[in-house]
Design a protein around this ligand. Structure first.
Ligand SMILES: *Cc1c(COP(=O)(O)O)cnc(C)c1O
Length: 356
């Protein structure tokens, strides 16, 4: 038996894990610093851990009320109706849910280059083909409505990432608004705010009240430190919010993720520490790396280092794991996640030594 033709489908390449690298190098995993996947260096919210411990004896039951409770808390936070909150297995799950909802045969989507690898993957697995718009390095990877519209040709979905992974650049809200207004009314603009808590820029949430062709992606993986649980959500316009019930996998998000998400949402102390730590670290990286870097609105900094694959490999053999951006289409750059203060200092020292 053979699969359908998957030759255009590129597998997702995640940043490497600590255990994997430690085993390969014969090092103690505790001595490694992993700054390759934009995870939270302070760990999960302690309140979330406690909520999981309390709920773990109940995992023989389906997550009905925990799903409802988390949905309602998110709805309250964003001042939308619960139907406008689409809970999904990670933010990646939302990309799939939007693909399921919108993509028809022969549709095309428009994704950023460089950009997050799961946009094209999700679109392709739902039968769409993928066009790209270019963020230009010479322009500091600036993002505007105009640069997207130059590549726009009636695609069914357009993905915008702000703050953008891996460059850190942002698209101002007025530009997103303009983009959503200028594309066809049957083109969905997906605004990926996976790093939304790290920036001062306003969320595209406000556009949902006046536009029907915008959806906002948020996740518990980054700021809330729950990447291992796989929980994210979309905020969508009221007009088609009900579609969730028609395309949803039953009990999309598991019970432990639901209770942890709810607890993390209310843990302001953990959130503040995470955001402040990231702001300090990205300034530190920016000021001290012996390489060109770009301003970042996220919890990571992109740096131009020449042969990124060699630099990342050498840095890793010194115990600091960073992301070689070859798979993003930037083989001359590495992306360094904001760590704790000691981790970030060690990363800078190690990278600078390697660059020398
Ligand atoms: C991390 C990330 C996501 C979502 O990740 P999940 O772990 O699936 O929530 C989405 N978009 C971008 C750009 C990301 O970096």
């Amino acid at each position: 038996m053979e699969t359908r033709d998957l030759s255009a489908h590129v597998p997702y390449r995640a940043g490497r894990g600590v255990e994997e690298v430690a085993r390969e190098l014969g090092l103690d995993p505790d001595g490694l610093v992993k700054l390759s996947s934009n995870e939270n260096p302070y760990g999960p919210s302690p309140a979330a851990v406690e909520a999981i411990e309390d709920a773990v004896g109940q995992i023989h039951t389906y997550p009905k009320s925990s799903h409802t409770d988390l949905t309602e808390a998110i709805a309250e936070k964003w001042e939308v109706t619960p139907a406008q909150v689409w809970l999904t297995p990670g933010g990646d799950g939302l990309l799939d849910y939007l693909s399921r909802t919108f993509i028809r045969d022969n549709d095309r989507v428009l994704a950023p280059d460089p950009g997050f690898a799961y946009y094209p993957m999700s679109a392709r697995s739902h039968g769409a083909s993928v066009d790209q718009y270019r963020l230009s390095k010479s322009d500091g990877f600036a993002q505007s409505a105009e640069m997207v519209l130059e590549a726009y040709d009636g695609q069914r979905m357009v993905y915008v990432t702000t703050p953008h992974n891996p460059t850190g650049s942002e698209m101002p809200l007025e530009e997103i608004d303009r983009l959503a207004g200028e594309v066809d009314e049957n083109t969905l603009v997906v605004v990926d705010e996976a790093y939304g808590e790290f920036t001062d820029q306003a969320s595209a949430r406000s556009l949902l009240d006046k536009r029907e062709n915008v959806a906002v992606l948020r996740t518990f993986s980054k700021t809330y430190g729950l990447a291992g649980l796989r929980v994210g959500y979309g905020l969508v316009p009221e007009a088609w919010a009900e579609a969730y019930d028609q395309i949803n996998t039953p009990f999309a998000v598991n019970k432990l993720a639901c209770v942890a998400g709810l607890a993390a949402l209310e843990d302001e102390q953990h959130l503040e520490r995470t955001v402040e730590g990231a702001r300090w670290a990205r300034e530190y990286l920016h000021d001290n790396l012996a390489a060109e870097t770009w301003d970042s609105g996220g919890n990571f900094v992109l740096a131009e280092v020449g042969d990124a694959s060699t630099v990342a490999e050498t840095t890793q053999s010194e115990g600091v794991i960073i992301r070689d951006c070859g798979s993003f289409g930037l083989p001359e750059c590495v992306r360094v996640t904001c760590g704790t203060e000691p981790q970030t200092r060690r990363a800078v020292e190690t990278i600078n030594e390697v660059l020398e």
